[in-house]
Design a protein around this ligand. Structure first.
Ligand SMILES: [Zn+2]
Ligand SMILES: [Zn+2]
Length: 536
């Protein structure tokens, strides 16, 4: 099975709105509301001290007097080889009401979610106001303080105004005055060459997830509120509709890297992909062929990102915008893109050479590499085959809309049977070998080594406590890996092996897996049925 396209807001485990610790008092949902009921939060907090109030405070700006005469006393947390304990109990009701005063409001969202605890070295929390405002605008926070939109990458070099829904006048203001034939821009069907740092963001009407326009628009509203109430500054974006995002600057950042590249939104596609120039993808160190990357607003990076939020662990700087490339220099990007050809047509010579099984480099086709460090490197790239509209394809893979694994599988096998070039028995073999067997075996192994979890406080235990209840709060204990998660793929896999002529070795392998499962759970293992079974 392939990997379906992706375009959605990134949500960390628990989907927090802010990096504010709620401790065990946040309950199962890690919410501020639960902590308010408890009346306090016991967690690790950096030791900020306000000299004006002569009292401990939580933030760099005092939560009591809103002043900035604040010192971080815990800046050197290691003293005489021992860590000064930062764990303390804070009066969340007072902190919360002073934060609401700051936001000049008495009403607040029904559910504001924080994190169980901060993982950064100095235990610096994000300001509580940010969590409240993100909850108000219904956006999630990433571990570095920004709000990210993840999407699959596709390269694009040319577009038509009608494909991206941007008015001609706006495009002219952004620099798109002439089409590829050097004619002035007068019609939405003219083809324009994309500037290397311009991007088209995904807004797929068929996707179950919200489009990037929706998320970035709400993030802009969050940032404006934040500037106004938290920082006492003028709002920056002032957008009135999602269309106003055109012209705004974003950061593109690929996972496992820490260098962001500056981009500009010029329009919206109905696909679920991050459409950008091959140079732009290469600047993110990706080859753009179905890789995944993310976008976030530039002001979000400036205002909300902080290295101080990142955990101590090695590798935590990955995926954080530590460096910003604001001007794309083609000769500095990943060199894979240099081999991209930029010709307007392939000569007859190419086809003749192909028939004679010659090597690709035996025929001279103009490549990106040929124009590096010349004025031609930024423009004049050609293409050989035109498309009517970039939004004309399948906009959302059935893989994402079919609800159950069985239906996804039936869909795939149905297609495999119809396509003559596909060997359906081999597809069945691949699906069993690459997915089902591995999943079942892996989960079975994990089942015997699993941790036990408390339903009330989420405390995890390496082994079940003898008293049969949570030793922290007395709550009920449950498995973290259920029997259902192991046997859910067993039946589809066995059926697949029966229905298609898979190799004898694989059939025997499946038999062994089935026996292993039966030995663990008994022969008449309780079947996990989807709710749908009762309605069909
Ligand atoms: Zn103070
Ligand atoms: Zn518990």
């Amino acid at each position: 099975m392939g990997r379906p396209e992706k375009a959605k807001m990134r949500k960390m485990t628990g989907q927090p709105h802010g990096l504010f610790p709620v401790g065990n008092q946040g309950g199962r949902l890690r919410s501020i509301q639960s902590a308010l009921t408890a009346g306090y939060i016991s967690s690790q907090f950096a030791d900020f001290y306000c000299h004006d109030c002569q009292a401990q405070t939580l933030f760099r700006r005092c939560h009591l007097c809103d002043g900035t005469n604040v010192e971080e006393r815990s800046k050197a947390p290691i003293e005489a080889g021992e860590r000064v304990p930062l764990k303390r109990s804070i009066p969340i009701k007072d902190v919360f009401s002073s934060t609401l005063n700051k936001l000049k409001t008495k009403i607040y969202p029904d559910l504001i979610k924080g994190v169980r605890g901060t993982t950064n070295k100095r235990h610096i929390p994000e300001h509580l106001a940010k969590a409240i405002l993100r909850a108000k605008h219904n956006i999630a926070v990433n571990k570095d303080g920004t709000t990210r939109y993840d999407c699959s990458e596709i390269a694009i070099t040319h577009f038509k105004p009608e494909e991206i829904g941007t008015p001609l006048q706006t495009l002219k203001e952004l620099g798109y005055t002439h089409d590829i034939h050097h004619q002035p821009l007068t019609s939405p069907t003219q083809t324009l060459e994309l500037l290397p740092q311009d991007i088209i963001i995904p807004c797929c009407p068929h996707s179950p997830e919200e489009g990037a326009d929706e998320i970035l628009f709400r993030t802009s509203k969050f940032i404006d509120d934040e500037l106004r109430y938290l920082y006492h500054l003028k709002p920056y974006y002032n957008l009135t509709s999602k269309k106003d995002l055109v012209g705004e600057l974003i950061l593109g950042l690929a996972p496992h890297t820490s260098a962001a590249i500056l981009g500009r939104i010029i329009g919206f596609s109905k696909t679920q992909t991050f459409l950008a120039h091959p140079f732009f993808h290469a600047a993110m160190r990706r080859d753009a062929d179905g890789d995944e990357s993310c976008i976030f607003l530039l002001m979000d990076g400036f205002l909300n990102f902080s290295k101080l939020y990142l955990p101590e662990s090695r590798g935590s700087s990955m995926d954080a915008p530590l460096v910003l490339t604001y001007l794309l220099n083609p000769s500095e990007v990943d060199d894979m893109v240099f081999n991209l050809d930029r010709a307007w047509r392939y000569p007859l010579e190419l086809y003749k050479a192909a028939r004679a099984f010659k090597k690709p480099w035996d025929v001279k086709i103009e490549l990106i590499a040929d124009t590096l460090n010349t004025p031609a490197q930024f423009e004049g790239i050609g293409f050989t085959h035109d498309t009517t509209n970039i939004n004309a394809g399948v906009l959302c893979s059935a893989y994402k809309t079919l609800p159950s694994m069985q239906e996804k599988l039936d869909g795939q096998m149905n297609l495999a049977r119809k396509i003559r070039a596909v060997d359906e028995a081999d597809v069945a073999r691949l699906v069993i070998e690459k997915h089902f067997i591995r999943d079942i075996r892996g989960n079975l192994r994990k089942f015997s080594q699993q941790e036990i979890r408390c339903v009330d406080c989420n405390e995890k235990f390496r082994r079940p406590p003898l008293k049969g209840a949570c030793t922290v709060c007395g709550g009920k204990l449950v498995f973290t890996i259920s029997e259902g998660s192991i046997i859910k793929y067993l039946e589809p896999a066995l059926k697949l092996a029966r229905d298609y002529d898979v190799p004898a070795y694989l059939k025997e392998n499946m038999d062994i897996v089935r026996r292993m499962v039966e030995e663990n759970f008994g022969k008449d293992a309780e079947k996990q049925e989807g709710l749908g079974t009762f309605f069909s």
